[in-house]
Design a protein around this ligand. Structure first.
Ligand SMILES: Nc1ncnc2c1ncn2[C@@H]1O[C@H](COP(=O)(O)OP(=O)(O)O)[C@@H](O)[C@H]1O
Ligand SMILES: [Mg+2]
Length: 394
């Protein structure tokens, strides 16, 4: 195992710092070709420290190349001095940290920060690779009825399926008054109620036997046709259904009632994305504030919430920024209000399917992209720049 490498061509400097680095199991190399030969043999390497006597351009070329080749490796550059121009070059090449030659403490802490970041990065890369076959759960929610949850949920499912290239399960958890069946004009022969008898021993064929195939790539798990049956769908069954469904689908979109029931909480707990729907009216705003507070209380991460502003262009004296301010969080997408939505609901065909270029469909397409997209990497550069500047000016 060799996790850390230190490139130090200067013998005197090496005599000074080498022993300390070797204490923590660092491999010392003396030349750039040695370093380049070392890395392929030790793919677990997390940190490369480049000593001050290595030519800057050579160090930057190495860094820029490794950033693509081995993104896990963090490069810490030791320099005698740096001009602002050099700092820019370092940033462009992807150097994680720059420290002054005499700054021992700085080198130690820069190295440990870099190693921490590399470890986190390797876990993320590994887990995102592991999780690829697992469907992401997207729970659409609003504390107010009529805000457009079902409209957004059915269209989002259609957008995510991308014409059948992805597998999507749409689950109607509005167990008493679910209207996904009506919005898709499907006959509710099968429903989640079929799962009640299989609770505790549901498996893939069991789940397949209760979903309704809708379009290529889209299956629907409908709400029970009688509200009374809904009461027998327990939280545990919802958890079981979502667990079984995750390896079978790329995305699971969950439509919910306006109440935070036990079953809804189960779908929120498991969700990769929470999608609160907001419409521009005061009662909804109040309920969204309460929803956001509830999410905070339940420790649902903020960066997992995609706030949708539905009927955003309705003229009611509240601007989008009023609304954002009231809620304390920005909107992920704005879905305009359009008569065509009501027409599509009445015709039983999602607008995204009948008119994919409609402004409402496009907005929901954006939401689907956000749900499916590679996560935005937190802005680390700014932090690095701050640190580089501190290192240079201190
Ligand atoms: N963007 C929109 N533009 C126009 N009408 C909309 C829009 N979103 C929702 N609606 C209307 O509001 C009604 C209620 O929407 P729905 O999705 O059933 O709400 P919820 O599921 O939150 O109770 C729909 O039947 C539709 O006519
Ligand atoms: Mg609904």
């Amino acid at each position: 195992m060799s996790l850390y490498v230190y490139l130090e061509p200067d013998r005197d400097r090496l005599a000074e710092v080498g022993p300390q680095f070797q204490q923590i199991g660092t491999t010392i190399v003396h030349t750039m070709p040695d370093l380049e030969a070392h890395l392929p043999r030790y793919p677990e390497t997390l940190l490369v420290v480049i000593g001050a006597t290595v030519d800057l351009d050579e160090a930057l070329m190495f860094t820029a190349y490794q950033r693509l080749q081995r993104p896990i490796i963090g490069v810490v550059l030791v320099r005698k001095q740096l001009t602002p121009d050099d700092v820019l070059k370092c940033l462009r090449a992807g150097v994680r940290e720059v420290v002054e030659e005499s700054d021992w403490e700085g080198l130690r802490s820069a190295s440990s920060r870099t190693v921490d970041l590399s470890k986190a990065l390797s876990t993320t890369l590994r887990s995102s690779a592991d999780q690829t076959p697992f469907g992401r759960v997207i729970t659409v929610f609003s504390g107010k009825g009529g805000s457009g949850r079902s409209v957004i949920a059915v269209n989002l499912a259609a957008a995510l399926a991308a014409g059948g290239s992805r597998r999507v399960l749409l689950v109607d958890l509005d167990l008493q008054f679910g209207d996904v069946a009506i919005m898709l004009k499907v006959i509710p022969n099968r429903s989640i109620a079929g799962g009640i008898a299989m609770a505790g021993r549901l498996d893939e064929p069991g789940l397949r036997s209760i979903v309704t195939p809708y379009r290529p790539g889209i299956d629907v798990l409908l709400a029970p046709s009688s509200p009374a049956q809904g009461e027998h769908v327990r939280r545990e069954l919802v958890v079981e259904i979502l667990d079984i469904a995750r390896p079978m689908y790329d995305f699971i979109v969950v439509d919910t009632p306006a109440l935070v029931t036990d079953q809804v909480l189960a779908a929120m707990d498991i969700a990769d994305w929470l999608v609160p729907i907001v419409t521009p009216d005061l009662p909804t705003l109040k309920s969204v504030r309460l929803t956001v507070e509830m999410f905070d209380m339940l420790d649902y991460p903020r960066d997992r919430r995609l706030l949708v502003f539905n009927r955003s262009n309705t003229q009611v004296g509240l601007t989008p920024s009023d609304v954002e301010e009231a809620i304390g969080m920005p909107f992920a997408v704005h879905v305009p209000s359009s008569r065509d939505v009501t027409v599509s609901v009445n015709q039983g065909e999602p607008l995204y399917i009948s008119q994919p270029m409609h402004p409402v469909s496009r907005a929901i397409g954006l939401l689907a992209d956000r749900c499916a997209g590679v996560e935005a990497v937190p802005e680390r550069r700014r932090g690095l720049f701050g640190r580089v500047r501190r290192a240079v000016t201190s």
